[in-house]
Each structure stands twice: as C-alpha cells, then as structure tokens.
Design a protein around this ligand. Sequence first.
Ligand SMILES: NC(=O)C1=CN([C@@H]2O[C@H](COP(=O)(O)OP(=O)(O)OC[C@H]3O[C@@H](n4cnc5c(N)ncnc54)[C@H](O)[C@@H]3O)[C@@H](O)[C@H]2O)C=CC1
Ligand SMILES: O=C(O)C(=O)CO
Length: 321
Amino acid sequence: MQRIVFLDRSTIAPQVRLRRPGFEHELVEHQRTAPEEVVRRLDGATIAITNKVPLTAAMLEQLPRLRLIAVAATGTDCVDKAWCADHGVAVSNIRGYAVNTVPEHTFALMLALRRNLVAYRDDVLRGRWQEAGQFCFFDHAIHDLAGARLGIIGDGVLGQRVAEIARAFRMVPLFAAHKGVSGMGSLYTPWQEMLATSDIITLHAPLTAATRGMIARPEFEAMKRRPLIVNTARGGLVDEAALVQALDAGQISGAGFDVVTSEPPEPDNVLLRAAGRHNVILTPHVAWASDEAQQALADQLMDNIEGFVAGRPRHLLQRVS
Ligand SMILES: NC(=O)C1=CN([C@@H]2O[C@H](COP(=O)(O)OP(=O)(O)OC[C@H]3O[C@@H](n4cnc5c(N)ncnc54)[C@H](O)[C@@H]3O)[C@@H](O)[C@H]2O)C=CC1
Ligand SMILES: O=C(O)C(=O)CO
C-alpha cells in the first residue's frame, strides 16, 4: 500500500478540492512542516508531497522507502534533484497550471508601475486632487506599455505567454539568450544587449545553480534605459541588496516582485524595507494563486501521483532506474 505524506497542505487554499487518489493508499496531511520534522513525518512514506518544504540530501538519505517526490508547484528548487537522480527517487512537478495567473500578475505589476498607480492612489487619499484645483495633475510620470521593449528571461510556458500578451499590448518582446552563452540563434537577444536595450525586464526562469544571482550589480550597471524589473519567478535570481542600490542610484525605475530570496522575508530584508516606496511593489508569492490555477494544480498533482503508481509516470524531471 502506498503511504502518501503531504508536508505543507496549507500552501494550497482550503477551498481547493484535493481529490483522493484512485488506488489503495494512506494519506497523511500536515498543514506545515519545519525542517527538523521532515524525516520523522516522512518515515515509511513512499510518496512525499511538498510545495515549498526543502528536501535535502541529508534528509533523503534517511528515507529508504521513498519512491516519488510530487512537488505541488512548477519550481522544484526545494528538492535536491541530483541526489534523487543518483538514488532512484523520482521527482514530478506541475506544469502549465499558471499559464494565465502568473502572466496576468506580471502585467498587473508592469501596468501599476509604468502608470505610477501606487503614487496616484496615495495622492488621492491625502487630498492632493483637491489641492491641484483642476481635473487632473501630473506629479508622477506615466508611460505606456505600447512601444516598450520587454526583455524576457526564460522562454518556457510563462515566458512565452508573457510574450504573447506583450504583443497584444504592442510592446516589443525579446527573449534573452542565457547569461554567458553565445550562439543561441536569432530568436534570442544576446544577454548584454537585452540588459542595455530593455525598458522592462521580466524573469521567468527556474532557480538553479546557473541562474542564482543572475541579476546582480554588473547587470544593473549594464542597464541603460532605466528599466523596470519584474520578478514573478524566484527570489534567488536577483541580488536584492544590488537591486535596492540600483533603485537608489536611479539605474532602474522600479521593481515589481512577487518573490524574495527567503520566504517569508525576515523583517530586515532589504527588499521588504524598500517596499513602501512608490516605485516598488512587493506581493507575497501569490502570482500563481488564482482560484482557477490552484484547482488545476491540485488536479494535476493527483494525476501525477496516480500516473506514477500506475506505471505511466508524467511530468517527471528526470529518468530514474
Ligand atoms: N511566483 C509564482 O507564483 C510562480 C513562479 N513560478 C516560477 O516560474 C518559473 C518558470 O515557470 P514555467 O515557465 O512554467 O517553467 P518552464 O519549465 O516551462 O520554463 C522555464 C524556462 O526557463 C529556461 N531556462 C532555464 N535555464 C535558464 C537560464 N539559465 N537562463 C534563462 N532561461 C533559462 C528554460 O529553458 C525554460 O524555457 C518556475 O521555474 C518557477 O520557479 C512558476 C509558477 C508560479
Ligand atoms: O509553481 C510554482 O513554482 C510556485 O512558485 C507556486 O507555488
């Protein structure tokens, strides 16, 4: 019998229906799991479900019965996948469920920042409209999306959909070649050129050893058009201290972030401390979380588990022996 343990059920909203798998099983759901509780809770489990609880090599070594880690998200940076590949533990993830919700959130951030909505809202609330004495006032710059060059880092499900929406806004989307990689072909804009010529840069790449810290001080210094930086992918992709320095130095015109390096952020996180500025919007990792997307995620999670148990695995990240 399969023993399935969900380590962080509370990362999916309570109204989302998580159907029971159609095979004989025991399912244990924990709302949250601290790192020191992982091994005890997964003892005897054949299938672990995690959304964001880290599963390290040191933990996995103590779990000989584990066969599948079903990640309840697209990003799998919480799992030591190299260890899993070496030790025959399969890892699956959820694909495509966020194809509407994340791009819509990305454009919500872009539109709000390009049009200075936060600043104008604050002005209205503090009486500036009355002070202005006419039907409008122009305290903050407003820029259209139309005509803007949008540098997109990551050309998967989300990056492609963002490009599609950008075209509808009459923007100029360009996919960045991977940092440090040349010869990716004419569909990609060289990394340095993307940095130098974009009006907005949006991140849609996974967090890996190659992408961690990919936007740091040298990248901000290479940005010539004071772009907005929008990150709905993973916090570790951008050096947060360098981001705030770039805001202070005027190298970028604003930041719309849904993710930070450590979540929830510590009270002294530099980006959290900058979040009250008019040109910064920080949302609490909710780009994925429309009701529709959460239900699609929950359904696909069970499809992945059932497929694996039936010998028809789907959405595996790597082959296992
Ligand atoms: N904030 C949120 O709520 C959510 C965040 N995400 C994040 O968004 C990421 C992307 O999601 P999808 O597009 O669905 O994944 P995907 O797997 O379809 O696409 C990822 C793309 O990144 C590219 N990539 C890999 N290494 C790269 C590098 N060094 N430089 C540039 N691109 C690179 C891949 O070639 C691939 O095209 C996920 O890995 C996840 O971390 C995903 C869903 C929700
Ligand atoms: O799907 C993802 O990768 C997310 O970050 C949402 O949990």
